[in-house]
Ligand binder design. Structure first.
Ligand SMILES: NC(=O)c1ccc[n+]([C@@H]2O[C@H](COP(=O)([O-])OP(=O)(O)OC[C@H]3O[C@@H](n4cnc5c(N)ncnc54)[C@H](OP(=O)(O)O)[C@@H]3O)[C@@H](O)[C@H]2O)c1
Length: 310
């Protein structure tokens, strides 16, 4: 069993990971920038370490003493309109956060580092499904993580033992998908794009957390792994499945691209098809609990309804 240090362990995917890592017997320290996050990770059985990735601090020594470091942290992406200015702020802060963490690990005894990126980096990929060797075609948030990925390459080249994972759109009872569930429950109209029904690569948050734990142990350093379901659904299927699982009527309104850009901003309105393959992840022996949204969405809705019954 290993000593883990996590950045972003209080977040949506990170907190699911903490539960699985502790259940597997690992000792987990989590970087926290607020007392609220510290209390939440403590309740999960992890040890909070106070600090902010945007600033150097004593937290860096804790990270350097771990056996394995996992980096889930990012500036917030969901909620509200995403303007170009907000995306550019995300781009520069993400690089600073990565640099402060990874530079602290140079010349340390850390055996493995799991860096969490995202499939928006691969962006638009047509059929047949593409794997990790595909030429990246960043879309949505993707263009704003390219510089962080280039910086990551320099740390890999400098010898850090990094495994890079690329979760697809992660659905669970939190983050962007909880916003859809809240809106469906309130009976609101769901906006869709006129003449465009994008194909999203998806993954259940529990499978995403389990896959990251599996790759932490069985992945090869220097390698990339896409974490996505067996079948990428259309956005319209996600809405229909969700409404059905919640037993509410689905009301949609198709809006033209210019209006979508105005409402949600140019980053979220940059729709693309993500035909991606999980063959490399599966080749490591990983097995999904929820291989498609048909199995996963009813499970998430059940969990979500237990805490949002009224
Ligand atoms: N959610 C998805 O659908 C999705 C899809 C693909 C890839 N990803 C990637 O997966 C990773 C985790 O995503 P997520 O959805 O779990 O993110 P999240 O819920 O927004 O959590 C972000 C985490 O980062 C921490 N954080 C932010 N700024 C920090 C700072 N300056 N110093 C220290 N910690 C800081 C937050 O701490 P606080 O608790 O203090 O806020 C939180 O724990 C990200 O790299 C993201 O790009 C996510």
């Amino acid at each position: 069993m290993a000593r883990l240090f996590l950045a972003g362990g209080s977040g949506f995917i990170g907190s699911a990971f903490v539960r699985h890592a502790i259940a597997a017997g690992h000792t987990v320290q989590v970087l926290c920038r607020s007392e609220r996050s510290a209390a939440a990770v403590h309740a999960l059985g992890a040890q909070p370490v106070m600090g902010n990735l945007l600033e150097a601090g004593t937290w860096q020594a804790h990270a350097a003493q771990a056996e394995i470091v996992l980096h889930f942290a990012q500036p917030q992406t969901f909620g509200g309109r995403v303007s170009k200015a907000r995306a550019l702020r995300y781009e520069s802060e993400r690089q600073i956060m990565d640099r402060n963490l990874l530079s602290a690990l140079m010349h340390s005894a850390v055996q493995r580092i799991v860096y969490v990126s995202g499939t928006s980096y691969y962006g638009q990929q047509d059929l047949p499904p593409k794997d990790e060797t595909a030429k990246p075609n960043p879309r949505g948030w993707g263009p704003y993580i390219v510089k962080a990925m280039q910086q990551l390459e320099t740390f890999c080249a400098a010898g850090l033992p990094i495994i890079t994972v690329f979760p697809a759109s992660v659905y669970g009872a939190g983050s962007w998908y909880a916003e859809i569930l809240t809106s469906l429950k309130a009976g609101r109209v769901q906006l869709t794009a006129a003449r465009r029904d994008p194909t999203l690569a998806t993954v259940h948050v529990e499978d995403c957390a389990r896959a990251i734990l599996h790759l932490m142990e069985h992945g090869a350093t220097g390698e990339r792994y896409i974490i996505c379901d067996d079948r990428p659904p259309k956005y319209s299927e996600i809405l229909a499945q969700s409404a059905q699982a919640m037993n509410v009527p689905l009301k949609t309104r198709a809006v033209p691209l210019w209006l979508g850009r105005l409402i949600v901003g140019p980053v979220i309105a940059d729709l693309y098809d993500a035909h991606l393959s999980n063959a490399r992840l599966r080749s490591t022996g990983f097995r999904f609990q929820f291989p498609t949204i048909e199995q996963g969405i009813p499970d998430v809705v059940r969990t979500w309804l237990t805490t949002h019954a009224h």
